[in-house]
Design a protein. Structure first.
Length: 395
């Protein structure tokens, strides 16, 4: 091999699908189980007729629709081939080699990778004991070389969220020359009104950008489309570094159709939130696991050294979860039967009885208003707890 390849790239992992068994229940990528919204599928079908033409490189119709959706003007919005690409473009637009990118850790794993691709340095700041982002720590990590801060709210993988008052104070203390990127990939799953909408926060602040994606709540992960909201100068810089035509025409049309189907989106998010808060998390807590409150479509289990054995155990039970070595496991909320398979695997790891079998008693679960069984609320979980206790005392 005689071609010169940058030596620093050797530290980066190649893109690979790891060992993702096709047959497993996939709760490792925070995908929505429901699939795309029906209107989006129809839009993709009709757009397929015209894929011999290049897409609109400015995605003007979609940009207008997003601007209306978030209450801003089109010059403050741009789209990307997934918000992952926009993460990279933001670093490319702000950092020279050896400049610094600050972010909480653990957080979205792409942040250090995109920094390295640009030759910038990563400054990870550990999360707090409660698994939240340490805003004071992030402020303290800012140096003269800091150009960008990624603040994932709610945070992937811990699921925790930063509240309005602390985030406002944080933004007030960041130097105006540093771009704060509020990554809101999971915004649609937030129900706590104290968790601010970044689109409101950036009003009057030219050094704040918001990233959103159609990959999660909208069920369009395979379409690869996300967007950024920021000051016009930042948006122009993103358009300069982006590769033309990288947001394809199917994705553009599917995203517009998805934004037009607001009520259907809200209903599916409600289902995920109910499953998360009324079943999966309480069941895990009841068997004795630590699970921080989540504002996303996944849960975080800070298992430390038990992370890899737990992940491997789940896989042996046909459930794929995401392990973050020696830190914890992230598990997405899937279909009820998928969640029950995971809960059974988790319980057997802890040698507790299988929660779903204990609690449900019948198969009468429906997504929607009436949930799992004819047991009164709280009863199912109490049963699981009682049985777990029993099991523990048997050693
Ligand atoms: N930000 C966060 C926090 C994420 O978790 C993800 C996907 N896992 C992304 C950005 C990228 O999403 P996409 O590229 O699919 O839009």
């Amino acid at each position: 091999m005689t071609v010169h390849i940058r030596g620093d790239l050797a530290a980066l992992q190649c893109t690979s699908d790891g060992e993702r068994p096709v047959a497993a229940i996939r709760l490792d990528r925070n995908e929505l189980p429901d699939g795309p919204l029906p209107h989006a599928v129809a839009a993709i079908r009709s757009a397929a007729e015209a894929v011999h033409r290049y897409p609109d490189p400015t995605a003007a119709a979609l940009v207008d629709r997003i601007a209306r959706h978030v209450g801003t003007t089109a010059d403050r919005v741009t789209v990307g081939c997934g918000s992952a690409n926009l993460c990279q473009h933001l670093v490319q637009a702000t950092c020279d080699p050896d400049d610094e990118v600050v972010f909480g850790w653990p957080s979205f794993e792409l942040y250090p990778a995109v920094a390295r691709v640009v030759g910038a340095r990563s400054r990870p700041v550990p999360t707090t004991a409660g698994h939240g982002l340490d805003l004071d720590g992030l402020l303290a990590a800012i140096t003269r070389r800091t150009r960008l801060i990624f603040l994932c709210n709610p945070n992937n993988p811990t699921g925790t969220a930063v509240h309005r008052a602390e985030l406002t104070r944080f933004l007030d203390n960041v130097p105006e020359s540093v771009l704060v990127v509020l990554d809101e990939a999971y915004r649609e799953f937030v129900t706590d009104s104290d968790v601010p909408d970044g689109a409101h926060l950036l009003q009057g602040r030219d050094n704040v950008a918001v990233l959103r994606t159609f990959s999660k709540a909208y069920g369009l992960a395979g379409m690869r489309i996300g967007y950024a909201i920021a000051a016009p100068e930042v948006i122009t810089a993103l358009r300069r570094v982006g590769v033309p035509f990288s947001v394809n025409s199917l994705a553009q049309r599917a995203a517009i159709a998805s934004l037009d189907a607001g009520d259907e989106l809200a209903a599916r998010c409600r289902n995920i939130i109910l499953e998360r808060d009324d079943w999966v998390r309480p069941t895990l807590l009841a068997v004795g696991l630590e699970v921080p409150e989540s504002h996303t479509n996944f849960l975080w289990l800070p298992l430390g050294q038990r992370t890899v054995p737990f992940r491997d155990h789940c896989l042996r039970h046909g459930v794929l979860v995401r392990g973050f070595a020696a830190a914890g496991v992230r598990v997405s909320i899937g279909e009820p039967q998928e969640n029950d398979a995971f809960l059974a695997a988790a319980a057997s790891f802890l040698r507790a009885p299988a929660p779903a079998a204990v609690a449900r008693g019948d198969d009468n679960r429906d997504r929607g208003a009436v949930r799992r069984t004819d047991l009164p609320p709280g009863r199912a979980v109490a049963n699981v707890a009682a049985n777990a206790q029993h099991d523990k005392s048997e050693g």
